[in-house]
Design a protein around this ligand. Structure first.
Ligand code: F6P
Length: 549
């Protein structure tokens, strides 16, 4: 049988099974299987993954694993790890795992990883030195003042990861150094931050793999002007060397901007932006939490890598998470996926995952260049921290009538303990996933004293699937594990959906069009081929503002 026939057959088995299984209610699945929690949960390192509230049985898992086998997830995993150019549209290897591989693992490594390891270690050593110098007050500003504020200028993968992780690890910050993030092209992002900063004590990290990203360059130029204008003339010569470093793979563009080669931390082309937090893209994070803790963060990710590479398929957490998503999207009919960390420190996690997942698998052309017609791919990811979401959009999850799988991320221990808070937070996290799964029948509502007139409004259909990830605590190590778990999940999904997870051509068209439109906004020369709507809006912007119609 050809490979494609194998895959088609596995999809058919899964979809046939889904015909009956998708009608089943979690209430019945739990009633039938008292050991459901034990049989549908996994643990690795400091993470427990309970997927008993997913609408699956052992037969479902059999069918899903049949698909994983047919799609050769294990083979693709090996190809990635071996350094093959699996990002075929850019002819690039995908080696983010190498960024967190310790040197002592070198002997057992595939060639592709071993080849980059010494470069990785050298860069890490430079990051260590740089962090130590800033923390010790040795790396000072041009006037000799100590650095008190670091500003990360980057966008997308050059912002979301370090921003989220720096926020998440607030309990681990080095005192005396504040780390800020600016990403947006809108001056309303950078300008208010500059108002609060002192040029003499501020360090900018310009993070851009391409060093051609409009937003980052606009912010870097504005920051450079602000710095030069704010420093005494006598020290301006030293300004760029003391106040700017870059993380990039485009040395020429960085030096042309005015940052010397010695101030560049290399961003290798075998790391995708959204998988790059482990590289010098994590410099702001390392400065925020200390290099030693950054190393613990890398070690956590490495522990998950080892699990992903070695754990048997049925115990493999990233693969299982990916298969559950396939089940929900392709068999249950979910179009979106809620991410709910019951942790204020993880409030930016949903935004980070949006890029990781939607930029990776939000695609509908397969690896052979054909339009995918038979199945849907990436759902829309969204979410917020619990309990905030409960008082906002959870209404729709409970009674809106659409299947929306949810990930609950729960911390056993709080990172900021206040009397009475954590037990209540945990109670809410558990209550929500249970309420979503089991709902409330009319009989139960009646028994609880609800009047007949209100019964239709006070019943809850339930059967909303969720996975709960329970972390012992939010530490650099467990955060590393958690992020690597989702990275590998996305990789497995991309194999199952047969898309390239590591390119992002979909973001290019809008960028090109913005470049073409800019002159029309600056000096009046509009491109001739504009559509009527864009032409009308341009006219309104330039001529009469909102009254131009
Ligand atoms: O526009 C999308 C994107 O290319 C992302 O993939 C990337 O993370 C981001 O822009 C920033 O790119 P760069 O690091 O090259 O500035």
């Amino acid at each position: 049988m050809s490979l494609q026939n194998h895959v088609d057959r596995a999809w058919n088995i899964l979809l046939t099974h889904a015909q009956t299984q998708k009608k089943r209610h979690l209430r019945d699945l739990f009633a039938e299987h008292p050991r459901r929690f034990e049989d549908f949960s996994l643990a690795s390192g400091g993470i427990l993954m309970d997927f008993s509230k997913q609408r699956v049985t052992q037969e479902t898992l059999d069918a899903l694993h049949g698909l994983a086998d047919a799609c050769d997830v294990a083979g693709w995993r090996q190809r990635m790890w071996a350094g093959e150019a699996i990002n075929h549209t850019e002819n690039r290897a995908v080696l983010h795992m190498a960024l967190r591989t310790p040197m002592d693992a070198a002997e057992s490594l595939p060639e592709g990883v071993a080849a980059v390891l010494s470069e990785v270690r050298q860069t890490l050593a430079r990051m260590r030195e740089f962090c130590a110098a800033v923390h010790a007050g040795e790396a000072r500003g041009a006037t000799g003042a100590r650095i008190t504020d670091v500003v990360n200028l980057g966008i997308g993968g050059s912002d979301l990861g370090p921003r989220m992780a720096t926020r998440a690890l607030a309990a681990w910050h080095v005192p005396g150094l504040r780390v800020h993030f600016v990403s947006n092209m809108d001056g309303a992002d950078l300008a208010p931050q500059l108002l609060r900063l002192n040029p003499a004590t501020t360090l900018f990290i310009v993070v851009s793999k391409t060093f051609g990203t409009q937003e980052t360059l606009a912010n870097a130029r504005a920051a450079r002007d602000w710095l030069l204008a704010g420093l005494p003339e006598a020290v301006r010569e030293k300004a760029m060397a003391r106040h700017f470093v870059a993380v990039s793979s485009h040395t020429e563009a960085v030096t042309a901007f005015g940052i010397a080669e010695a101030q560049i931390f290399q961003f290798c082309d075998w790391v995708g932006g959204r998988f790059s937090l482990w590289s010098p893209v994590g410099l702001a994070l390392a400065l925020a939490i200390s290099f030693e803790r950054f190393e613990a963060f890398l070690a956590g990710a490495h522990e998950m890598d080892t699990h992903f590479l070695e754990a048997p398929v049925r115990q493999n957490m990233p693969l299982t998470l990916a298969l559950l998503d396939i089940w929900n999207v392709n068999c249950i009919g979910a179009n979106s996926h809620g991410i709910f960390p019951y942790s204020q420190s993880l409030e930016l996690f949903p935004a980070y995952l949006q890029q990781l997942e939607m930029e990776s698998t939000g695609k509908s052309v397969d690896r052979q260049g054909k339009k995918i017609l038979a199945y849907k791919t990436c759902p829309i990811l969204w979410g917020s921290s619990g309990t905030n979401g409960q008082h906002s959009f959870f209404q729709l999850l409970h009674q809106g009538g659409q299947p929306i799988p949810c990930d609950f991320i729960v911390l056993q221990q709080p990172d900021f303990a206040l009397p009475g808070h954590h037990a209540q937070l945990l109670a809410n996290a558990l209550a929500q996933s249970a309420a979503l799964a089991f709902g409330q029948t009319a009989a139960e509502a009646r028994a609880a004293g609800i009047s007949e007139a209100l019964l239709p409004y006070r019943t809850f259909p339930g059967n909303q699937p969720s996975t709960t990830l329970l972390l012992k605590a939010l530490t650099p190590h467990t955060l590393g594990q958690l992020l690597a778990l989702y990275e590998h999940k996305v990789f497995c999904q991309s194999v199952l959906w047969n898309v390239n997870a590591f390119d992002q051509w979909g973001v290019e068209l809008g960028k090109q069009m913005a470049r073409a439109l800019l002159p029309a906004l600056e000096d009046g020369a509009a491109p001739t081929s504009l559509d009527a709507s864009t032409r009308g809006l341009l006219r309104a912007l330039k001529e009469g503002g909102v009254d131009a119609k």
